[in-house]
Design a protein around this ligand. Structure first.
Ligand code: NAI
Ligand code: KPL
Length: 310
């Protein structure tokens, strides 16, 4: 199968390595220096057991037209870049192409607005990693399947089934569900409740969960997400006891810094707009009280505003 992965970051590179064992994969990256670096030196992945895998001869470009039409495009950029990345990918998307995303946050409607809902394979990954150098990535590994995916329009077809079978040839665990939305929202609630709190306080999960005030804040954010989910008709059993669920999910990150804390520490734009900001937009549309998420969105955006001021 021919796959194009848009965004040669942490997830894009890890997936290029995994899919590339079996399939013809091209990375598409907007940063020219990164394209040059990957072409010149390849990339290294430090595997969960500490072994290093080096990949030379990387197929990477910053010109999607060079790639042509592929079977599967994976959008693997930060939430705020989703629309630009999907529009940029259009030269690689033909009648039969499907578009996969396991990005965090509410991004699948953005992709669907560009390519059509019927082309979108939405989902999550239980795997993660972090950058060590521009072409060295620590693959933390997986706390579950590589992919939990579903056709976003809930109408599986022959083409989708074929892509799933092709992806399974990697030997990775790929779980297919009929309704992907509850799966996305279950991960979303953990990211929305924990990531900005970590970003603002500098806390790891161990520190946050030792403080009753921090736990109270996490609970408030999570409860609003549940109310928005209910208003949208989305249900997953953990909604019944959401605070315990998010505390447990956060605890799973141990002493690691969640992505939004890493972003703030490195003065990078955060994914607040497709996490808490998206909850605020959805909540306000549906008449749900989302004040806690609104306040924390303003705080994180205020932090971003100050990046270049001192
Ligand atoms: N890092 C992790 O362990 C996990 C990340 N995610 C999610 O996956 C998504 C990607 O995250 P990371 O890989 O960590 O981000 P990253 O910042 O490491 O990589 C994103 C890459 O996309 C590139 N890019 C931006 N706009 C582009 C465009 N228009 N065309 C081509 N390339 C473009 C950037 O230059 C960068 O190299 C995010 O939504 C994140 O929340 C989900 C699970 C785990
Ligand atoms: C899964 C987890 C918590 C990995 O750290 C994440 O999604 C993030 O940091 O944003």
């Amino acid at each position: 199968m021919r796959i194009a992965i848009v965004g040669a970051g942490v997830i894009g590179t890890i997936f290029a390595y995994i899919f590339g064992k079996v399939h013809d994969v091209t990375l598409v990256e907007v940063v020219k220096e990164k394209v040059d670096l990957y072409r010149r030196e390849g990339y290294t992945i430090i595997m969960p057991d500490g072994k290093e895998v080096h990949v030379d001869d990387v197929n990477i470009t910053n010109d999607p037209k060079e790639v042509g039409v592929v079977d599967l495009v994976q959008i693997s950029v930060k939430g705020y870049a989703t629309e630009a990345a999907t529009k940029g990918a259009l030269p690689m998307i033909g009648d039969e192409t499907m578009v996969l995303s396991v990005q965090n946050g509410l991004v699948h409607d953005i992709i669907a607005s560009v390519v059509g809902k019927e082309k979108v394979i939405a989902g999550i990954t239980a795997h993660s990693g972090m950058p060590v150098k521009p072409n060295v990535i620590r693959y933390v590994g997986g706390y579950g399947p590589l992919l939990i995916i579903g056709k976003y329009d809930k109408k599986p077809n022959e083409r989708f089934n074929w892509i799933v079978e092709e992806l399974k040839k990697t030997g990775e665990e790929i779980v297919v569900v009929d309704d992907i939305e509850p799966v996305i929202w279950k991960k979303l609630v953990a990211n929305v409740a924990c990531n900005p709190v970590a970003a603002i306080t500098g806390m790891t999960s161990v520190e946050a969960l030792a403080c009753e005030d921090t736990k109270a804040l996490i609970k408030m954010l999570a409860e609003e997400v549940v109310e928005v989910a209910r208003a949208k008709g989305i249900y997953f059993p953990e909604m019944e006891n959401i605070a315990e669920f998010v505390y447990e999910a956060f605890a799973g990150t141990k002493d690691n810094k969640v992505s939004m804390l890493q972003d703030v520490e490195n003065k990078r734009r955060t994914e607040i707009d497709t996490l808490n900001g998206a909850i605020v937009r959805e909540g306000e549309k549906l008449g749900v009280d989302v004040k806690a998420n609104k306040v924390i969105t303003h705080i994180v955006k205020s932090l971003e505003f100050m990046y270049d001021k001192r």
